[in-house]
Design a protein around this ligand. Structure first.
Ligand SMILES: *[C@@H]1O[C@H](CO)[C@@H](O)[C@H](O)[C@H]1NC(C)=O
Ligand SMILES: *[C@@H]1O[C@H](CO)[C@@H](O)[C@H](O)[C@H]1NC(C)=O
Ligand SMILES: *[C@@H]1O[C@H](CO)[C@@H](O)[C@H](O)[C@H]1NC(C)=O
Ligand SMILES: *[C@@H]1O[C@H](CO)[C@@H](O)[C@H](O)[C@H]1NC(C)=O
Ligand SMILES: *[C@@H]1O[C@H](CO)[C@@H](O)[C@H](O)[C@H]1NC(C)=O
Ligand SMILES: *[C@@H]1O[C@H](CO)[C@@H](O)[C@H](O)[C@H]1NC(C)=O
Ligand SMILES: *[C@@H]1O[C@H](CO)[C@@H](O)[C@H](O)[C@H]1NC(C)=O
Ligand SMILES: *[C@@H]1O[C@H](CO)[C@@H](O)[C@H](O)[C@H]1NC(C)=O
Ligand SMILES: *[C@@H]1O[C@H](CO)[C@@H](O)[C@H](O)[C@H]1NC(C)=O
Ligand SMILES: *[C@@H]1O[C@H](CO)[C@@H](O)[C@H](O)[C@H]1NC(C)=O
Ligand SMILES: CC(=O)N[C@H]1CO[C@H](CO)[C@@H](O)[C@@H]1O
Length: 823
């Protein structure tokens, strides 16, 4: 009995004494294998552990069940012990030492960088494992910290740890990856703070690559880093940048509720940074945040003012208001040259800040910042400083605060995914487009607006009326609908302005000829580029088309339709003014031997999808229902980012809601693109546009014109040839040799399938544009196609063509058919 009590008492004493010192170690205390020191939070413990056979380490590991043994910090990461035989001791001067059984020093806390601490003889050191996983050596008299493991991070970034620079000692606190999954010695990747001027940000570097910048993580914005993948906006932790002038600057993160969550950030041996949170209910680590690991991750891929968006193809586009510096290189996917302002930023120029949302903020080297300033103050300073190019908030919590300003061209921007609020807003200086000012002014005159537009419309109508010498024979075709009274809210350009812009319609500025006259390039007084369509004075035939186009396009707004900026009606001049498309039209690339190589498959596929969306908008989604009737490669214009824009609405036809189909005596369109039922009996519908779209798709794949296609083996046209290959299960032989190896077989096969489905003989067998858009978006499937319409070439001989109207001058290919013998 006595013996039993005695044992119990002894046990009790041992238990309490170890409990009171559970997280501390005093001088000359020895810690051997099997003994550990545990933090009072019970999250962490300090002790020996094994990583691989006979490689023993000493460090801090998690203690909790599922994570037991996962190291968050390793003391002897470069020099493992051969067995569980070493020991850790704390010397009187406050140094932790790890020695082998025969007393060989393996690791010491003061070894790597002894900053000559003036160790007074009267210190009373204690080593303590804090609740957050920080091992500190303190002087128990003064309370000063002599050393702490948080100053020497490994691959794990725990809450409270600082990544940054001590400005007094110059010590850089950075993460270093492990060499392999199990070997904790320093690997090639680091995460460190860049402090070479500007707002500090974190970089991942790769030392095998000569310490090159592997990926820019960015600056802390209060919650995390902008445009990271995962739950950046969460309520568990906050990342923030702390700057104490002349002392230190660092990024750290803190848990909002220390007791409930448990988190770590890891730089893994493959150089990837990952933020994990422990989910108690499911007992596992959940990944909360990581930099995107995709094409857009490489630093500055899209050059200056370029935006990388993984959802678009190609991934790089110029920010709105910017255009490629070297269009040829840009369209050849060499984006490093970047973009420039569309309207040059001269000091005299009026400018506005354009707000871009949900972006990863650009590289912040060379920026200026003030964490207490408001966005309004920031704007004021940026407005008055000519060299300022953009500004943004530094912190996005509570509606945003702080001021960050750029003074150079912006690089390394990416788009955060839509529907994900992980990105940030930035305000970029963009010179004012005079046309936009014009428009804006209008919106100030709310009361007088209807009057203005009625007057404008009236003038326009009167002029048009005066122009019409006699009633057009095909009045049924004309597009003056009852809704002609809808506001034609178009800016009016003066003739003087246009004459100046085009160098008095100089031959050098002539871009080409359209259905109703010539097209000129112009530069307006602000340096903005425009295209001017001038109604021919000698031929009055184009008047209907001109009018048609003005009414049609003025009401349409879509990124895949060309944009009308305004019109000019003065004297006997009638002109429509468009945005200028620097990359000309699709046929310029597609059917030209040297240019076709510039248009690789991803671009062609992007263009196909863009045309499909534009056409869907015309057929279904716009306020009006419009059949284009003349879709062809030369009517697809390309903007500076090679986005397709459907143009030339001269032959377009507006449908009323209940109309699906119409008939005409005068068939207008272009050889090679025209649908059989339309050519044969003048019946047109949305499905006749679908036919033309199908032809265009097959032309994009093959790089060959449907019209004039020839093959040694047979008499079939491009459609027949494609059908042959498709039937014989050799569709890939259609692929344009100019595409090199840029194409992707499944996309090509899909495009051929779509193309063939669209050129079916019977209009009812052709899909709607919405099915086409779905299919190109990877959703749904189209039925297997049958033999296409116009299997063989409809030669000119077979078509009793009335003499093409006089508008068919120059490059235009329009014709009128009265009878046709289709197969
Ligand atoms: C502290 O003491 C240990 C052994 O007692 C010695 O090896 C070490 O150099 C000393 N460190 C400093 C900073 O004096
Ligand atoms: C200490 O032991 C290690 C092996 O554990 C051995 O390699 C080393 O030579 C020994 N050093 C001394 C000084 O005996
Ligand atoms: C540190 O000092 C406090 C009082 O200041 C004392 O209670 C505690 O026991 C000391 N710790 C060690 C390990 O000496
Ligand atoms: C780091 O650089 C090396 C050498 O250039 C390269 O092989 C490796 O892929 C790079 N690491 C990453 C993650 O890109
Ligand atoms: C690495 O950088 C140094 C200094 O910038 C340079 O001299 C050296 O040639 C570079 N090495 C490689 C492999 O790029
Ligand atoms: C922190 O988490 C604990 C446990 O989940 C909870 O009881 C407590 O209310 C939380 N505290 C705060 C301030 O949210
Ligand atoms: C975590 O989960 C375990 C069992 O799943 C439960 O016993 C424990 O109370 C939970 N802890 C917290 C802090 O919720
Ligand atoms: C991309 O453009 C840059 C700058 O003009 C040039 O130096 C580089 O050679 C180009 N790269 C390719 C692959 O064409
Ligand atoms: C930051 O802005 C605040 C308020 O505008 C100002 O008081 C402070 O001096 C500024 N700090 C620096 C370093 O410019
Ligand atoms: C604009 O800001 C930069 C950077 O702060 C400064 O060097 C320059 O003097 C400022 N210019 C003007 C005109 O205020
Ligand atoms: C929307 C906006 O801020 N517009 C402004 C653009 O700049 C001009 C002059 O620089 C202002 O008058 C506009 O209000």
């Amino acid at each position: 009995m006595n013996w039993f009590y005695c044992y119990c008492a002894l046990f009790f004493i041992l238990k309490t004494s170890s409990a009171s010192a559970v997280n501390t170690m005093v001088p000359n205390q020895i810690l051997k294998y099997g003994e550990t020191i545990t933090s009072t939070s019970e999250f962490f413990e300090l002790g020996f552990f094994i990583r691989e056979q006979n490689l023993w380490y000493f460090g801090i590991t998690y203690k909790k069940a599922a994570e037991k043994g996962r190291a968050v910090w390793v003391a002897n990461r470069e020099l493992p012990l051969a067995g569980p035989t070493g020991m850790l001791k704390l010397s009187d001067n406050g140094t932790l030492q790890l020695v082998t059984a025969n007393n060989t020093l393996i690791w010491s806390s003061s070894q790597p960088s002894p900053p000559k601490q003036s160790v007074t003889s009267t210190i009373k050191p204690v080593a303590q494992l804090l609740d957050n996983g920080n091992l500190v050596i303190r002087d128990n008299i003064s309370g000063n910290i002599i050393w702490q493991s948080f100053d020497h991070p490994g691959n794990s970034w725990l809450p409270g740890m600082k990544i940054g620079v001590d400005l007094v000692t110059g010590i850089q606190r950075k993460l270093t990856s492990w060499k392999t999954r199990t070997d904790p010695s320093a690997g090639v990747y680091t995460v460190s703070m860049d402090i070479n001027g500007g707002y500090p940000q974190l970089y991942i570097t790769n030392s095998t690559n000569n310490m090159s910048l592997q990926q820019r993580v960015g600056s802390a914005n209060g919650l995390g880093f902008s445009a990271m993948r995962g739950r950046v906006q969460n309520h568990l932790y906050e990342f923030e940048f702390v700057y104490k002038e002349k002392e230190e600057m660092y990024i750290t993160y803190t848990l909002r509720n220390r007791t409930s969550s448990f988190t770590r950030m890891i730089l893994n041996y493959q150089g990837q940074l990952r933020q994990f949170v422990w989910i108690n209910s499911s007992q596992l680590w959940d990944m909360y945040m990581m930099p995107f690991d995709d094409e857009c991750k490489s630093y500055g891929l899209c050059g200056t003012f370029g935006n990388c968006d993984i959802k678009t193809s190609p991934v790089c586009t110029c920010l709105q208001g910017f255009e490629p510096k070297v269009p040829e290189q840009w369209s050849a996917r060499n984006w490093s040259t970047g973009c420039k302002h569309q309207i040059p930023m001269d000091n005299e120029n009026v400018f506005n800040f354009t707000k871009f949302s949900n972006l990863k903020l650009p590289d912040s080297r060379g920026t200026w910042f003030n964490s207490t300033m408001s966005l309004r103050e920031c704007e004021n300073i940026c407005t008055s400083n000519v060299s300022c190019t953009a500004y943004a908030n530094t912190d996005i919590r509570d509606g945003g605060s702080g001021c960050l300003m750029w003074f150079s061209e912006l690089v390394d921007i990416r788009q955060a995914p839509q529907g994900d609020d992980s990105g940030q807003d930035i305000y970029i200086k963009v010179a004012n487009n005079p046309r936009l000012i014009h428009k804006k002014k209008k919106s100030h005159l709310i009361v007088s607006l209807p009057i203005v537009s009625v007057v404008v419309l009236f003038t326009f109508a009167v002029l048009l009326y005066a122009w019409r010498k006699k009633k057009s024979q095909n009045k049924g075709e004309a597009l003056i609908n009852d809704d002609g009274k809808q506001d034609l809210e178009l800016p009016l350009f003066s003739l003087d302005e246009i004459v100046k812009a085009t160098g008095n319609f100089s031959v050098n500025n002539k871009l080409g000829e359209g259905g109703f006259g010539e097209v000129y390039k112009g530069v307006d007084e602000y340096g903005g580029e425009i295209a001017v369509k001038r109604l021919s004075k000698t031929s009055r035939q184009g008047l209907d088309e001109f009018q048609n186009e003005a009414i049609c396009i003025a009401k349409l707004q879509h990124r895949n339709l060309v944009k009308l900026l305004g019109y000019c009606a003065e004297g006997d001049e009638m002109m429509l003014i468009y945005e200028y498309m620097p990359n000309k039209s699709l046929d310029y690339f597609l059917f030209d031997e040297s240019n076709s190589v510039l248009l690789d498959w991803p671009q062609r596929y992007h263009i196909i999808k863009g045309i499909a969306r534009g056409l869907l908008y015309l057929h279904q989604d716009s306020r009006l229902r419009i059949i284009h009737r003349d879709l062809k490669a030369s009517n697809i214009l390309l903007d500076s980012n090679m986005n397709p824009k459907i143009s030339d609405f001269g032959l377009a036809r507006m449908f009323k809601e209940y109309e699906n189909e119409a008939n005409t005596n005068k068939v207008v369109g272009t050889f090679g693109y025209i649908a059989p039922e339309y050519a044969a009996n003048g019946s047109f519908s949305a499905k006749s546009d679908v036919f033309s779209f199908g032809v265009l798709v097959l032309e994009m794949v093959s790089g060959k014109k449907n019209r004039g296609f020839s093959h040694e083996g047979h008499r079939d046209n491009l459609l027949g040839h494609t059908w042959r290959l498709y039937k014989e299960a050799r569709p890939l032989e259609l692929v344009d040799a100019a595409l090199g190896d840029s194409w992707n077989a499944s996309e090509v096969v899909q495009a051929i399938h779509v193309g063939l489905s669209c050129v079916q003989h019977h209009a009812d067998d052709r899909p709607t544009m919405s099915s086409v858009v779905h299919m190109l978006g990877g959703e749904g499937a189209l039925p297997l196609p049958n033999q296409p319409g116009y299997y063989t070439e409809v030669t000119k001989h077979e078509v009793a063509s009335t003499s093409s109207v006089s508008q068919a001058s120059g490059s235009v290919n329009e014709f009128t058919i009265t009878e046709i013998y289709a197969r």
